[in-house]
Write a protein that binds this ligand. Sequence first.
Ligand code: SF4
Length: 399
Amino acid sequence: MSDLQKEFNIYTKDIITASRDENIERAITRAVKSYRQTTAETLERYPHTPELAAEVREIKKISIANQQTLLKQAMESVERNKGRAFYAKDKQEALELAAKIIGTGKTIVKGKSMLGEELSLREYLEEKGNEVWETDLGEFILQLNKERPMHILSPSVHVPRERVAEIFSKFFAKEVPPDIAQEVAEVRDFMREKYFKADVGISGANVVAADTGAMVIIENEGNVRLATGAPPVHIVLVGIEKIVPTFQDAMKVTEVTWRYAQYGVPGYVNIISGPSKTGDIEKVTTYGAHGPKEFNVIFVDNGRSEMARENEFKAALHCLRCGGCMYECPVFQITAGHFGHIYMSGIGTVWTAFVAGGMDKAAPLAFTCLRCGRCVERCPMQINVPAMVQKLREKIVNG
Ligand code: SF4
């Protein structure tokens, strides 16, 4: 049996099991209802959003066409801000760079990042003898339950409150009721000291402005603020497709991203461009005030430049990771992220092919996609995923 046939067999069993899972059905039904309702209300309240999305499509087009120039500019900006900028051409290089900065025996607090999943970052750093804590609530649930994310934005979307209560009761060794407010409070108490004891904070970034070296990170929980603000060292790992020319562009991308991720406005928008500093004593700039003294950015390629060179697939790099398409995908609605390999659903199929496992992993996904086009209707970037999936199928069949 070929490797590809084995992939198909494993995947088929997994997706059939997922489609019969009552927890997935219950949780996704609630999530889809909530997403549709909130997004409709949000778009009605902020009617300029589709127009802004059209502007962002142009920004992303220009950015991907000038990816290498912008990468150079962004790296120079980070260095100018007294940060350290690194370029990783692939997964191994990215992991080694992070491990070299961190060392071993450290405590790390980490924000949610799909790139982190792509790199298996937490697992790698744990193997190197570090203690790593996922600070995003959804990621924390999955860390405890030894599971992978089932949605790019809401990683534990498939886990209903009743199951969360079971997982937390076991971990905290006490009865935690299936009450969401109490579940959240337990994690808050547990995580608080981790932030201040941690040696290193790791985050991703939603968008990077090349002109200023500013990293923009959208969040609601406040965990990213603490994870990137409290420890003495901050490392950002970010894909090179996230770089846009200017700070103004970055703000536009940010607003469109959160709006289609169902937020009128998110709880927090973090803008980080260098180590913390003060000039309050004699106007002498001193690094390492209340926030991190060290600021490192690892720009990760790992197949993104190759994707940018492929005319039929480069628009997939415009994806903002708002997650909207997944709620509209009929396959995702009954299988959650089991229709995926690291990246999920139709758009995830393309990403899997180029950056997260290659054609063998993408093939079963390409033949699962119904090519119904509902994702395109929802997508603020109007990415033509069904056409890309068709091209992938042709590549798989023709070799
Ligand atoms: S493909 Fe479009 S809708 Fe889906 S996550 Fe990316 S930007 Fe959002």
